[in-house]
Design a protein around this ligand. Sequence first.
Ligand code: PBE
Length: 268
Amino acid sequence: GDSTNYSEEMNYEITGIEAGAGVVKAAQTATEEYENLAGWEVATSSSGAMATALGEAIENEEPIVVTGWTPHWKFAKYDLKYLEDPKEVFGGEEQIKTMVRKGLEGDKPNAYKILDQFNWTAKDMETVMLDINEGTSEQEAAKKWIENNQDKVDEWTKGTEKVEGTEVELVYVNWDSEIASTNVVAEVLKQQGFEVTITPLDNGPMWEAVAEGEVAGMVAAWLPGTHGDLYEQHKDNLEDLGANLEGAKIGLVVPKYMDVESIEDLKP
Ligand code: PBE
């Protein structure tokens, strides 16, 4: 392929996701930092629409650049690659961390402890994501993973007591990765007797809900880069319970059949 045509064919557009996502902000920064992307725009929509656009482009062997992240089922389903990012706009390896509201430990010590002990691997998360992508309901996929990984779940509930109907609300964003983690944690809390509500929000409001003490917490903080600005804004008003997953990453992602290796290869 001729990468000059790629850019025209793509309408000088990066296929983005929700406007509030960190990876979208980083992609917008990339269009400012990389001179070759001067005329480019990041089209925002949803992570579902991005996945559909990616699937359609691949079916037709057309060029596409999406705002991508790992863990995500798209890497298992399609042959994809991250574009090199010599200016390091998208940052390096990240952690996904758990944030809870202040005072949760005193009010709901068992929920606090389970959230604190929750941690798994990128591979675990991908198993749940792939299952959902293949048509299993979010809740069923979570239950199935728990059944198959009872030893891990036992570590998360270790040292806690069962409760009867204590309410816990978790917030998340409708990103495939966060759908997987939040449903698994919610299911584990339910099995311990909690009455769990999970509420999808945009990224900014998700952080605010925890910082303002409206909900128990979330397991969807991508740091240090992706949500770094939100963390700085809210860190004094929430409690950081540390990483629940290592080895996360964001960047611009293309199908492997595209003859581009670096963001700098995209033609103006
Ligand atoms: N993501 C998935 C989020 C964090 C989790 C990479 C789409 C974001 O960009 O904010």
